[in-house]
Write a protein that binds this ligand. Structure first.
Ligand code: NAP
Length: 479
């Protein structure tokens, strides 16, 4: 069982109070590295969610000034840094990622609150310079209303930071639902937020039956925006469920990132970036490379560099020193990733790094694997692997690779490595992905907008664009 000063209350949080499930039922949170139960958490449903939405709506009667919101945002950022180690430990215990990486997630999360605090002035009303119709015109950025924030398990603190920072900046009260596999990091965050004296109802936490909680958020008239990060499958369910109610949605969905290496690239540099990008979170991030395209003449040399690096990676319990790759989140994830590798091998690919994974006992550890001879038709190329597997695919021509990289329903992240900046411009301009790394495998940052094209979703988090996600413009013509 987990013991933490940040988990004195392992409960939901509604209207400024810690609350359990009305049914008294609980759900076990499991440590993916050991299979042990960390803690039971309340299994909530429609009634608790309705209560949370109503508390949030009631809190709107007391708007907060920009200065007040700025102070809250900075306080939350400070608390992330002050408790970075313990927040990181809780993330590692319930998600599996290495402790160092989990602490970096806490610092990354703090960055979103800090950024929104620093730029909150942008939400002040704007008076138009022009005076059409002989009137004075002012545009106000009003809070949209109660917002529902639904997050996945792969970044238990960072994904809520992207949403909650912008919601607080806009003065929207929120009802938050974490993933059932990682609610403890969110509860720990609420124990910190509880210290800063937000008005009751401003932030609310429910967890449990995803479909029931989702249904209330989709149907309740007070909820005006749902911001969701997760699978494209659930994103589509939310689009359908909110359609009759006309709500604003912000959807951060799945990806299938190509990593393109031209033969004039710096191979060592590209291989280093591939390793950092691909094995973060054991390959379970939305911006993780899914397909590596290498120009034919460079394939042999680049693969060797990747393989030699992969062989140095240490897999194990994320709380152990020196571990770079933790377990996959659960047995379902393990079987899925194994299926992609077995499927590729049976269709003619070769495993050039990694070995057949042992059947999980306790933790679902998957050896970092490199496959050569992969083709565009294999499921590991067409679908999101979400595991530590690098499929290497060869290509010949520039025009050919643009078409192949774009041949996916997803459009989240892509990476291009080349020394020829003219070519880089041509290729990047044609890629249908919301985030492109040019000679870098780096992912999002609080200062820049991030989000997908095509079935990777819509809406942006981070940057000035993200700051406006929970606002509605109101134009006042003064006669
Ligand atoms: P998921 O199954 O879609 O779950 C995400 C969240 O949605 C969880 O809180 C889940 O609750 C909840 N949920 C499930 N069914 C729901 C419903 N009917 N109504 C309302 N909420 C519902 O995704 P995941 O497996 O946790 O996360 C992995 C996916 O997220 C990958 O595809 C990854 O690419 C994507 N992702 C995208 C981004 C991005 O920025 N674009 C970032 C991170 C991850 P339960 O956990 O309780 O089932």
């Amino acid at each position: 069982m987990i013991d933490s000063p940040l988990l004195k209350h392992v409960q939901g949080y509604i209207n400024g109070r810690w609350v359990g499930a009305q049914s008294g039922q609980t759900l076990a949170v499991i440590n993916p590295a050991t299979g042990e139960t960390l803690s039971p958490v309340p299994l909530m449903g429609q009634a608790e969610t309705r209560h949370a939405v109503e508390a949030a709506q009631a809190s709107r009667i007391q708007p907060a000034s920009i200065e007040q919101r700025k102070q809250w945002l900075n306080q939350i950022a400070d608390l992330h840094i002050e408790h970075q180690k313990e927040l990181g430990r809780i993330i590692t215990l319930e998600n599996g990622k290495p402790w160092k990486e989990a602490q970096a997630e806490a610092a990354y999360a703090a960055g979103f609150y800090r950024y929104c605090a620093a730029h909150i002035e942008k939400l002040k009303p704007r008076r138009l310079q022009e005076q059409p119709k002989n009137h004075t015109w002012t545009v106000h950025h009003r809070p949209a209303g109660v917002v529902g924030l639904i997050t996945p398990w792969n970044f238990p603190l960072a994904m809520i930071a992207k949403k909650l920072s912008a919601a607080l900046a806009a003065d929207c009260p929120s009802v938050i639902k974490p993933a059932e596999k990682t609610p403890l990091s969110m509860i720990a965050l609420f124990s910190l937020i509880d210290q800063i004296g937000l008005p009751a109802g401003k932030v609310n936490l429910v967890m449990g039956h995803a479909d029931q909680i989702g249904q209330v958020l989709c149907e309740h008239p007070a909820v005006r925006v749902i911001s969701f990060t997760g699978s494209t499958r659930v994103g589509k369910l939310l689009i359908a469920a909110t359609a009759p109610h006309i709500k604003k949605l912000s959807l951060e969905l799945g990806g299938n990132a190509p990593f393109i290496v031209f033969d004039d690239a710096d191979f060592d540099h590209a291989a280093d970036h591939l390793i950092q990008n691909k094995f973060r979170g054991a390959g379970q991030t939305c911006v993780c490379t899914n397909r590596v395209y290498v120009q034919q003449s460079a394939a042999e040399a680049f693969t060797k560099k990747v393989v030699s690096r992969v062989k140095t990676l240490k897999v194990g319990n994320g709380m152990e020193e020196g571990v770079g790759i933790g377990p996959l989140i659960d047995r379902g994830a393990f079987d899925k990733v194994k299926g992609y590798v077995d499927g590729a091998l049976s269709r003619g690919a070769t495993r050039v790094a990694g070995q057949a994974p042992a059947a999980p006992q306790g933790g679902c550890f998957f050896p970092p694997t490199v496959l050569r001879g992969v083709t565009d038709e294999m499921p590991c190329t067409r679908e999101e692997i979400f595991g530590p597997v690098v499929p290497i695919i060869e290509f010949d021509e520039e025009k050919d690779i643009i078409q192949r990289a774009n041949a996916t329903e997803y459009g989240l992240a892509a990476y291009v490595f080349t020394a020829d900046l003219k070519r880089a411009d041509r290729v990047v301009g044609m890629l249908q992905f919301g985030h492109v790394g040019l000679n870098t495998g780096t992912g999002p940052t609080p200062e820049a907008p991030f989000g997908g094209m095509k079935q990777s979703g819509f809406g942006r988090e981070g940057g000035h664009e993200g700051l406006f996600e929970f606002t509605e413009s109101q134009t006042i013509a003064y006669g």
